[in-house]
Design a protein around this ligand. Structure first.
Ligand SMILES: Nc1ncnc2c1ncn2[C@@H]1O[C@H](COP(=O)(O)OP(=O)(O)OP(=O)(O)O)[C@@H](O)[C@H]1O
Ligand SMILES: [Mg+2]
Length: 238
């Protein structure tokens, strides 16, 4: 069961939003997702409370360095994907979570500040490789992209990342009202009211494409997850 963490040392880069989109989309596809809320602001924990029970999603709040590994171990048998949301920092919890991850997603908006926060995480990944021989796959995901921001800033950031050999996901996460609305209403993009949220279809398509790209990077092929998905599909069809 892959562990995917979301990190950028700069606050407000879009980590929590991207983590929640991935969690809800994977759950929608029938995967059992455990979100570990390592962000002291506890946005995903609050979303979970607002939502009531969400099928296929468990959220673990108030994580500490010693408890992180225990949670991963305890939930492993009932989880297809772990998603860890982290603070906009480069502290000990971020380092520990990254070192326990199978893939680190680094959300970056088209701003120089964000790119610096991303560079700090990339430096940390290089450090872990050099000093601890830990080679952790990672990708940058461009976030809050608007059609107006097909900008030089974005192209510059993409160029810099390519020069460093960093994988950039093909699917950028757009700037969407629906993504903000999720935190107000709880639930998922599938349960939002299309008459109240503009361009909900486009938002769903975007989140779906993002999750599918992540799934291609990290497929779960255990018999257990295949079996449980089958059961979910049967239940949905009933
Ligand atoms: N794709 C998006 N579309 C619309 N709004 C977004 C998007 N991504 C993030 N936001 C908004 O930007 C703000 C910061 O986003 P978010 O909380 O996801 O960032 P973060 O990196 O988790 O921040 P922090 O470092 O404080 O944890 C929030 O108000 C959120 O609603
Ligand atoms: Mg956050």
């Amino acid at each position: 069961m892959p562990v995917i963490s979301f990190a950028n040392a700069k606050g407000g880069a879009g980590k929590t939003t991207a983590a929640l989109l991935l969690a809800t989309e994977l759950a929608h596809q029938g995967f059992r997702v455990t979100v570990i809320d390592g962000d002291p602001q506890q946005w995903i924990s609050q979303w979970y409370e607002t939502s009531g029970r969400v099928r296929n999603i468990e959220v673990i709040s108030e994580v500490t360095i010693p408890s992180l590994q225990c949670h991963l171990r305890e939930m492993a048998a009932t989880t297809d994907y772990f998603i860890i949301d982290l603070a906009g920092a480069r502290d000990a919890l971020v380092t520990t979570a990254i070192s326990l991850s199978d893939h680190v997603m680094i959300p970056v908006q088209g701003s120089a500040m964000d790119a610096k926060g991303a560079a700090q995480i990339l430096d940390l990944l290089s450090f872990l490789k050099e000093k601890a021989n830990l080679s952790i796959p990672h990708s940058v995901v461009l976030t809050r992209v608007t059609s107006m921001v097909t900008t030089r800033a974005l192209l510059t950031i993409k160029g810099l990342l390519a020069a460093r050999g960093v994988n950039v996901l093909n699917t950028p996460i757009g700037e969407r009202v629906a993504f903000r609305e999720l935190f107000e209403t709880g639930g998922s993009l599938r349960t939002l009211d299309a008459s109240r949220v503009s361009n909900l279809d486009r938002a769903r398509e975007n989140a779906d494409a993002f999750a599918r790209e992540v799934l291609r990077l990290m497929p779960v092929r255990t018999a257990r997850s295949a079996a449980s998905r089958l059961m979910n599909l049967k239940r949905d069809a009933a």
